[in-house]
Ligand binder design. Sequence first.
Ligand code: HEC
Length: 119
Amino acid sequence: MRALALLVLLAHPAMAQEGAALFRRHCASCHDVTPGAPLGAGPNLAGLAARGVAGDARFDYSPTLRAGREAGRRWDAASLASFLADPDEAFPGTWMSPAGPATAPQRDAIARFLLGEGG
Ligand code: HEC
């Protein structure tokens, strides 16, 4: 999956740029993608493809995301897209409110950006 995400990024630089721009607009107020950057309101999202759910050791996650980590859940294109579409349906009780853009292709672009970034 990680290789696939990288391939998509390499094959479609315009789409990768779109994902980065959408991330800046919708997510960067709470999240950083630079490893080790100061913590914001949300966890750092660097290397999301290589780590499990609730994988930022510095962040104090909600019980539902911690349970996801304990269950060995991982982030991939599908799980990210559904979390962004409806965070509370994907992880009932999560502290993240719906923040993603309105359309599925835009959410997919953000997911691809996150899975390629440092992944
Ligand atoms: C207003 C702040 C805020 C915004 C805006 C926001 N998030 Fe979040 N996000 C959070 C918080 C808080 C959590 C932790 C939720 C929890 O513990 O239940 C989180 C968790 C996450 C996680 C899980 C991380 C992990 O380590 O497992 C992902 C992925 C994520 N957000 C992606 C996004 C994306 C992509 C966007 C933009 C479309 C976004 N977030 C916008 C606050 C935000």
